[in-house]
Write a protein that binds this ligand. Structure first.
Ligand SMILES: [Zn+2]
Length: 97
């Protein structure tokens, strides 16, 4: 089942079994941000076709760590992240009846 890949990826030899080739696949990546599990769909991952060794793409990992780093200056809307913790009826209610 060969997919038609327009741009050929450079193949890398597997660091574990030395004989296999790492091929770039897009898989769902799981990571943790504090107590929240985050799933990243279509995360580039190098997979060995011989022993099944997996290695996340370095550039994608760096990109992900930047995304998940809350100390980079961008405010993270934590309330949006946790649907269970809704604040009780706020006094500032735009009550349009
Ligand atoms: Zn291997």
């Amino acid at each position: 089942m060969d997919r038609n890949i327009s741009s050929p990826q450079e193949s890398r030899s597997c660091p574990r079994c030395q004989g296999g080739l790492l091929r770039l696949e897009y898989r769902t990546h799981f990571t943790w941000l504090n107590d929240d599990m985050i799933t990243v769909p279509d995360f580039p991952t190098w997979v060995c076709d011989t022993c099944g060794y997996k290695e996340e793409d370095e550039r994608a990992q760096r990109w992900l760590s930047i995304l998940l780093n809350p100390s980079l200056g961008k405010p993270v809307h934590k309330e949006n992240h946790k649907p269970r913790r809704r604040p009780p009826a706020s006094p500032q209610n735009n009550g349009a009846r």
